[in-house]
Design a protein around this ligand. Structure first.
Ligand code: NI
Length: 227
C-alpha cells in the first residue's frame, strides 16, 4: 500500500529546510548502504556529523508528529532519525534494491525493525528531470514524484529504485520506522477502516453505529499492536 501525504511541511518549514540544506556538505551515500544496496547506490547523503542534521531532523519529526494521516497510515512505534539525500550530476541514481530489515541505533541502543519507509520530497519537481521513486508491489510498479513538502509512505519490504536525475538536483528526506502493527495486510485493513470512518463521521455524524465501528477499529488495533 502506497499512501501519499500532501503538504507535510508548511511553506515556511520548506524554506527553513532548504536554508539548512544549502549550508550542508554532502557525503557519499555508501555510508549507510548494505552489501546488496551498495552495488547499485550512487547518490549523496548528509553524514551523521553534519552540523545541520539535528535541526533538520527535529523539523521533520515535528511535522510528522502533528500529521494525523501519517499516524494512521504508518502507526509508528519507533522512527529512526530521518536521513537526507541528494541526486545530481555523477551521483544521480539508486538502482533496484531492498532496504535492510533491522537498523542499529546509535550507542548500542538496540535495533529498530523497518516495517514502513517514507520519502519526503524537498525539491520542486519542475527543477529536475528524472528522479522518480519507483516502488514495486504485488499490484505492479508505481512511479512517484511529488511536489516539495509532500511524502509517500510505503512498506519497507518492497523492492524499489530511484531513477537517474538527468537535470538539476533532487533532494529528499527518507526514513524508516517500526510500526505498532507489523503485518502490512493488517495495517492496510486498519487504514481503510479509519478512512471510511472519517468519511462516515463527516456525512452522518457521530451516530451509534459510527461509535460502534470506531470501537471495532480500536479493538482491532489493541489486538494487533505490539510495543
Ligand atoms: Ni531504499
Amino acid at each position: 500500500m502506497l499512501i501519499t501525504i500532501n503538504d507535510v511541511l508548511t511553506p515556511e518549514e520548506l524554506i527553513t529546510t532548504r536554508k539548512l540544506l544549502d549550508h550542508s556538505t554532502w557525503a557519499s551515500g555508501l555510508i549507510t548502504a548494505g552489501t546488496q544496496a551498495a552495488q547499485v547506490k550512487n547518490n549523496q547523503q548528509l553524514p551523521e556529523d553534519s552540523g545541520q542534521l539535528s535541526a533538520l531532523r527535529r523539523l521533520v519529526l515535528g511535522a510528522l508528529n502533528r500529521n494525523a494521516l501519517f499516524f494512521t497510515a504508518a502507526l509508528p512505534l519507533k522512527i529512526l532519525p530521518p536521513m537526507f539525500n541528494c541526486y545530481t550530476g555523477n551521483t544521480n541514481y539508486y538502482g533496484l534494491h531492498v532496504d535492510g530489515a533491522m537498523h542499529r541505533l546509535a550507542e548500542g541502543n538496540g535495533y529498530v525493525r523497518a516495517d514502513v519507509a517514507a520519502t519526503l520530497f524537498l525539491s520542486d519537481p519542475d527543477k529536475y528531470d528524472g528522479g522518480e521513486l519507483v516502488i514495486e508491489d504485488t499490484f505492479g510498479s508505481h512511479s512517484v514524484k511529488l511536489k516539495a513538502g509532500s511524502m509517500v509512505v510505503y512498506p519497507s519490504s518492497s523492492v524499489h529504485k530511484v531513477m537517474p536525475v538527468t537535470r538539476g538536483q533532487r533532494i529528499a528526506c527518507f526514513m524508516f520506522m517500526q510500526s505498532m502493527v507489523r503485518d502490512p495486510g493488517q495495517r492496510r485493513l486498519l487504514f481503510d477502516l479509519d478512512m471510511a470512518l472519517l468519511q462516515l463521521r463527516q456525512s452522518v455524524g457521530e451516530t451509534a453505529p459510527v461509535v460502534s465501528l470506531t470501537g471495532t477499529y480500536h479493538n482491532l488495533l489493541r489486538r494487533w499492536a505490539d510495543n
